[in-house]
Design a protein around this ligand. Structure first.
Ligand SMILES: [Zn+2]
Length: 246
């Protein structure tokens, strides 16, 4: 139902679909997924649904399902596929999803992916557009190990993109910056391996024809335009139209 009323300041908005835009965004830690998710949701006026947001929203809504989620989270427990699927089914039925939505962090397992495909069919929703941001591990390690934190005021720096004015010292209080345990190379490599172990079977299941792999090493603005061109191309194919600008 994107009719093109929403116009970003600098570029025309392609008409993506008449029946809503469902985006699944995949990418390893450090790939810039958060930046792209924010851009896409703002541009297409769709909600950004992460699993954390979904679980919180359901708990706050106080539904029976929300109470179950709340009890598991309170104990620091793990939310299994069945409950996660039920929460997704409830979340995407809300009115703010009428024009589509972006899912970030779901599906996380193959059973979730299969359930979600069935759910879309059952509700006669359009097939999702699957965007995979690809960044080689070496680049991710370089990006993620560049993070430093001030142990005193907790400000986060990045030696590549947001370095402190004085080498190794906090801009606010001059405290020597440290590398957090989470940001050490071995930990990062383990997180990346875990991510790929979980995600590769899902991407394989969707297949090369469905997954649009985007080079995430480019400048964020360039990544944005690559994603937009994928969406426009899809719209042309579906609607049998040239690009329609607002
Ligand atoms: Zn500081």
């Amino acid at each position: 139902m994107h009719t093109g009323e929403v116009v970003a300041a600098n570029r025309p908005l392609p008409v993506v679909s008449e029946d809503g835009l469902i985006l699944l965004l995949f990418g390893p830690p450090g790939c810039g997924k958060g930046t792209q998710a924010a851009f896409l949701c703002q541009r297409f006026q769709i909600p950004h649904i992460s699993t954390g947001e979904m679980f919180r929203a359901e708990s706050e809504a106080g539904t029976e399902l929300g109470k179950v989620v709340c009890a598991i989270l309170a104990k620091g427990g793990f939310i299994n596929d069945d409950i996660t699927n039920a929460v997704v089914a409830a979340r995407i039925a809300r009115p703010d999803c009428a024009n589509g939505f972006l899912l970030d962090g779901y599906p996380r397992t193959l059973p979730q992916a299969k359930y979600f495909a069935g759910l879309l069919r059952e509700r006669a929703l359009p097939a999702p557009t699957i965007i995979h941001l690809h960044v080689p591990d070496a680049d991710l390690v370089e990006r993620l190990t560049a993070r430093r934190q001030c142990p005193s005021c907790k400000t986060i720096y990045n030696l590549r993109t947001q370095a402190p004015v004085l080498d190794g010292l906090c801009d606010h209080d001059g405290t020597p910056l440290v590398c957090r345990a989470d940001d050490e190379e071995a930990v990062i490599r383990q997180r990346l391996a875990t991510y790929r172990e979980l995600t590769n079977p899902i991407l394989d299941w969707y297949g090369e024809d469905c997954v649009r792999t985007i080079d995430g090493t480019a400048h964020p603005n360039h990544v944005e335009s690559q994603i937009e061109s994928v969406l426009s191309h899809r719209a042309r194919k579906r609607l049998g139209l040239g690009l329609v600008f607002s």
